[in-house]
Design a binder for this molecule. Structure first.
Ligand code: NAD
Length: 254
């Protein structure tokens, strides 16, 4: 076990109600690039491309997005050791929920049952007019068949993946529930987030303000490091695996 994992295990084993707050960094070990890390997506493409305005008013941009989604449909990403460790922490009765900025659905696949997806998810496609929702695969089949900018068959409105673009409001009920759970937790474990995107980054801050202990696992420094009791600089998969194994030992669970 790494020296870093033991203090984290001690904090987690003492928790009555912990929450995990995760960002793109927990999924890089599954092969999905983050945004702001040294190999991040922002080093290759322009973030301005992902605005709601661009999606609404630029037909060519929408076609590009649908083409990109179709081409990447076959890409299969699996939960990694970090996701699995957080699912284990829930099974141990330590973790109340995962609040995530990720849209990849990997926490749910790993087995966490309460996952608050602040930035939506890629499992479905929603009509921006009437709100009608469809599984993503169904709409991608239409794109494959030649409908390169699919619209709603019910109201003619624009269809968009149920992920949140820049300039688009976050789902209010998910944000409210995330803040409520953060304010009620006694430990907030942040994993793989640069903590610069608001309001999401306000969630761990709200936990600290309400008296929770804050632990941060990230490869790079974050603006909230000064608020944390524990900052562990390194890769999430091995650190969380070691820490959760030690929590098991401390709780006397096989
Ligand atoms: P970010 O890209 O801003 O920051 C990721 C952080 O994780 C970086 O500080 C990086 O150093 C760290 N990191 C990378 N790999 C790591 C590892 N193996 N272990 C520990 N730390 C690691 O990501 P963010 O804070 O989530 O915010 C950006 C936005 O990115 C979010 O809004 C999210 O919706 C979106 N996003 C999601 C995905 C996904 O769903 N997997 C992928 C890319 C971006």
């Amino acid at each position: 076990m790494s020296d870093q994992a033991r203090p984290l295990a001690e904090v987690l084993a003492a928790a009555k109600r912990a929450i995990a707050f995760t960002g793109a960094g927990i999924s890089t070990e599954s092969g999905i690039p983050d945004f702001r890390g040294p190999q991040g997506i922002w080093t290759k493409i322009d973030p301005a491309d992902f605005t709601l305005e661009n999606y609404l008013y630029n037909d060519e941009h929408r076609r590009r997005i649908w083409r990109f989604r179709l081409e990447n449909k076959g890409a299969r990403y699996e939960p990694n050791a970090g996701h699995r460790a957080l699912a284990d922490l829930e099974r141990l009765g330590v973790l109340d929920c995962v609040v995530t900025q990720n849209i990849d659905g990997l926490h749910i696949e790993a087995g966490n049952t309460t996952v608050l997806e602040l930035h939506g998810h890629g499992r479905s496609v929603r009509c921006l007019g009437c709100g009608d929702e469809h599984p993503s695969g169904e709409i991608l089949e239409r794109v494959r068949a030649g409908d390169d900018d699919p619209h709603c068959t019910r109201c003619g409105g624009l269809l968009k993946s149920a992920t949140i673009s820049f300039g688009e409001p976050l789902p209010a009920h998910v944000v409210d529930e995330s803040f409520a759970r953060a304010e009620a937790c006694d430990v907030c474990l942040v994993v793989g987030s640069s903590l610069v995107v608001y309001p999401a980054a306000g969630i761990p801050l709200a936990a600290v303000r309400a008296g929770a202990r804050l632990a941060i696992v990230n490869e790079e420094p974050t603006p909230l490091d000064g608020e944390a009791e524990l900052v562990i600089r390194g890769r999430a998969g091995s650190i969380l695996t070691d820490a959760i194994a030690a929590v098991r030992e401390m709780l006397g669970v096989q």
